[in-house]
Design a protein around this ligand. Structure first.
Ligand code: AGP
Length: 580
């Protein structure tokens, strides 16, 4: 949550920071702010989205600055609570991503020592702590201040009359960009794309200085060398490329994403110790958890290895007995609950495997081994191409664990199946969903997690209350809610559960619920009992599962657009949930 950007170089710092913050807006978008030093400190901050209100921020002069786009944790979204936060003298500016857990005690102590606070945030204590330690040496002052902090932080600090930015990291992501005569710092690499491909990922406990002479990193006070890595994400990947929303662009990228990811995982990608574990515990959140549930169904039935899927937010507090390997799935590689679970698994000495989309992300530094999705940057808050890329990695994993399953060949048609559903007219289904206040999504077996994912997608971007259920469970309570005003999206692909799904649909129909049925093209039996039929190609069950996922993304997207929602940045959400 929250995105930060710092710049020192020869360009207008405000321009670089404003542009960078817009790329980080997916991390939070309730308020923003920029501070530049020229050599006096100038600050502009306000409630609202930077993409809509950036003009004034761009007027700040100077070639050194820091900026922030916020997802409120402590204090409502407001001008006052927007970052940067300043010390009492107004000469030190701080932007922060993370949570200072002991801020109440620190605030009390600082107030007793005469400091005046202007915001309700946890961050402001940092500015005042630096102020107390500052005698002209900004690095030393920041190093001293952070010794008082408990919690998580990625900090950028600049001070009036000081040609330097100091960056510090503990449990929140921070990356440096190394350009020609210019340096950057940011929450992730997206603001750097187009300026430099050379990046340095900071570790927890690192403090870095960026000045006109260059950059230096210290780890708990000791100078250390950090390797420069190369990022080859193209500038086009962070643009909308003619699409009205990032989400739609990302939905349309899926044929290639699936292909690249599926073929990117080779036998060499998976060390021997992960091939036949006695048991697998999968931990993830949100859409990544749903991908984990698909893996559970698939791996247990194909490889006959017991798999348990756990929510990251629960795992830390209610850890089950662990045997075998622990696998975490996270698009961003920064989800706090997933990282906490991973650390716990390591404490239990389990071999750990991570699946992520982001090179250099925190998860890759903690896990014993990482498998990468090849989805490219996903900007829209709703997970789309990253979900399909996770499925690609997980299906390939099952294939590697059970090479005789023949999964690889069966999935060759997946890209064309995605292409096919992308072009489908789903207007009548959108018409049914649009006026609804409540929706149910039902499926069985492998399609149950897809029902959960379809419902999540619909609720997060359209704000329609949508629930995913295992189709057989509806009778155990939710049937009481069915009426002509509660449409049901039924996932009904051929396979072991086909006939029982048809019976379930008839039962729902008997309670007058309008049914949107998704099934194999030409399935007459299904067509005859549903109100709207959305076909998926006749193909292998896993290809149909992928096609159905994409169709449900489209249904959510088009419904949200019809309702005039802010598709890429739905209310109250942020893409990387870096707080527990
Ligand atoms: C779904 O559309 C969401 N963006 C959300 O559920 C997401 O999948 C979850 O927050 C986990 O994120 P991660 O994959 O980056 O860990």
């Amino acid at each position: 949550m929250c995105g930060i950007v710092g710049y020192i170089g020869f360009r207008s710092a405000a321009d670089v920071i404003v542009e960078g913050l817009q790329k980080l807006e997916y991390r939070g978008y309730d308020s923003f702010g920029v501070a530049t030093s020229n050599p006096h400190l100038a600050v502009y901050k306000c409630e609202g989205k930077i993409s809509e209100k950036f003009e004034k921020a761009r007027e700040l002069h100077g070639s050194i600055g820091v900026g922030h786009t916020r997802w409120a944790t402590h204090g409502v979204p407001s001008d006052r609570n927007a970052h940067p936060h300043l010390d009492c003298t107004g000469r030190i500016a701080v932007v922060h991503n993370g949570i200072i857990e002991n801020y109440s005690a620190l605030t009390r102590e600082l107030k007793e020592r005469g400091h005046t606070f202007l915001s309700e945030t946890d961050t402001e204590v940092v500015a005042h702590l630096i102020e107390e330690a500052y005698d002209g040496d900004l690095r030393a002052a920041v190093a001293q201040a952070i010794t008082h902090l408990k919690g998580s932080y990625a900090l950028l600090v600049t001070a009036e009359g000081h040609e330097e930015i100091v960056a510090a990291r503990d449990s929140s992501p921070l990356v440096l960009g190394i350009g020609d005569q210019e340096l950057f710092a940011a929450s992730d690499v997206t603001p750097l794309i187009g300026y430099t491909e050379r990046v340095v990922y900071l570790d927890d406990g690192d403090l870095a200085t960026l000045d006109r002479e260059g950059w230096h990193v210290y780890h708990h006070g000791t100078p250390v060398k950090r390797a420069i890595e190369h990022v080859d994400w193209d500038v086009e990947t962070v643009r909308k490329g003619g699409f009205p929303h990032y989400m739609l662009k990302e939905i349309f990228e899926q044929p290639k994403v699936f292909y690249d990811t599926f073929h990117g995982i080779t036998p060499e990608s998976l060390p021997e110790r992960y091939r036949r574990p006695s048991e697998i515990t999968v931990v993830a959140c949100g859409s990544s958890y749903h991908a984990g549930l698909v893996f559970k169904y698939l791996c247990e039935s194909t490889c006959r290895i017991p798999v348990r899927a756990e929510l990251g937010s629960e795992f830390k507090y209610f850890t089950p007995p662990l045997k075998g390997i622990v696998m975490v799935i996270t698009q961003s590689g920064e989800t706090a609950d997933t990282l906490a679970a991973l650390k716990k698994a390591k404490a239990y000495n389990c071999p750990t495997l991570a699946i992520t989309n982001v090179l250099g992300s925190t998860v890759t530094r903690i896990a014993d081994h990482t498998l990468y999705m090849r989805a490219g940057p996903e900007i829209s808050v709703a997970a789309t191409k990253s979900f399909v890329a996770q499925l690609a990695v997980l299906m390939q994993l099952v294939n590697l664990m059970s090479p005789k399953s023949g999964l690889s060949g069966s999935l060759e048609r997946a890209n064309s199946a995605i292409d096919e559903v992308l072009l489908q007219d789903i207007g009548r289904a959108v018409e049914i969903c649009r006026p609804a206040e409540h929706l149910f999504y039902v499926g069985r077996g492998l399609f149950y997690p897809i029902a959960l994912e379809g419902a999540l997608k619909m609720k997060e971007i359209s704000y329609i209350h949508a629930e995913g259920y295992a189709a057989g469970e509806l009778k155990h309570g939710p049937f009481a809610l069915l009426s002509e005003e509660t449409p049901v999206v039924a996932l009904c692909s051929p396979g072991d559960t086909y006939s029982i799904m048809l019976s379930n649909i008839k039962e729902m129909k008997a309670r007058k619920a309008p049914i949107i049925g998704i099934g194999a093209r030409g399935d007459r039996e299904l067509i005859d009992i549903v109100d709207v039929f959305l076909p998926i190609p006749e193909s292998h069950e896993l290809v149909q599962l992928i096609a159905t996922s994409v169709l449900l993304q489209q249904l959510a997207y088009q419904t949200a657009v019809a309702l005039g929602r802010d598709v890429d940045q739905p209310r109250n959400l942020a893409k990387s949930v870096t707080v527990e």
